[in-house]
Ligand binder design. Sequence first.
Ligand code: UDP
Length: 426
Amino acid sequence: MRIAQISAHTNPLAAPGGRETGGMNVYVRELSAELAHLGYDADIITRLDGPLPRIEQLGPHLRVIRIEAGPPEPLDKSVVATHLPQFADGLLRFAAELPEPYDIVHSHYWQSGWAGGILARAASIPHVVMFHTLGEVKNRARISEQEPAMRIHHERLIVQRADAIVTASDHERGLLERYYGADPAKLATVPCGVDLEHFRPGDRAGARTALGLQADAPVLIWVGRLEKLKGVDILIEALAQLDDPAVTLLIVGGDEHAEGLKAELQAQAAAAGVEPNIRFEGAVAHERLPLYYHAADVCVVPSYYESFGLVAVEAMACGVPVVASRVGGLISTVTDGVTGYLIPWRCPEPFAEKLEVLLYNPELRRNFGRAARRSVERFRWPNVGLRIADVYDTARAARRAHAGAAESPAFGKEVYEAAVLLGNRR
Ligand code: UDP
């Protein structure tokens, strides 16, 4: 079975921690690798964003395909949106030349959903979509810039037309039903996977020495794309309230695009008197991240919204308890009072209170850490990969059951044009 994994707006092979490179990149590349491992032929299809080969074999059954759309350099995702027709056109042309056609299109984020939908309809194959973030939900969180109406309009169309929609949490599933009118029969909740061999408990003392941290001082860690939605401002206030000059907060993530927010956070930290307690580490390679988690006592995820929150699961996999906002996917990954704490209010006081509880009670922290590691077994990739494969099988079976049903006239012209491009192969 051949699967097209589409990631139009961001390159799944790019290093995470930049403005547009985070959980989705890690997810797409690891899911594709897992599917290839299961024997599927998986193509990761992305936009050509540098002087790179158009087709690259990453391993048995696993390739990356780069489609020309706009200048071959990294672009802001709002600019990528303007090149989507070219991306979809390139996708159709590429698919038309394949010796074996795709059986499934799996699109990530609305931009890929738009382009992937065109391919799926042209080839009459199921379209599986995963949004990762939703415009309507971001707008309701009211923390970053308002998402354009055009995005939400397309998200609604994609929801209506998709064969299956994968959500990473029950919370996201509810949002799709409530705000997008998604048909519950099309929704499948499959949590994201995490590499539990890579993220595992490790040598705390060694990690601290390697990172130049004191052996016994309290250490907090935050990891992610440095953007407002991640709530680092709340964490800095909470740090100020802890009022312990020995505490170090490691902020991991952020590239040159995050310099503005970084400067704001530094100014906030200086005003609160905690600037010397914070180390901005910049983006750290995914391979090296366990070292950072091992050095930490607690991982803090103070996001205003998080559709899944891989960082929380990675930290727990390393045996590190998590103090997180009670939002989105974090509700189903962190167990309050067992593997960490969930904070229902977006204000620093309750964060500081729970951080204090964990930082100054080593025994409790160790118990939470052990429970945390046990709790993440369900996110093991082989389990997650099989569940996604089930979604594909169900979508294909539903297609077969409806074979011969008339094509919706609304798509007629688009499908006709695309089918001409594909040479009516199906
Ligand atoms: N990440 C990384 N290096 C960094 C910052 C982040 O490898 O410097 C990875 C992190 O390990 C996680 C992902 O980026 O796998 C962030 O995913 P999450 O779901 O927490 O947030 P998202 O990016 O989806 O908002």
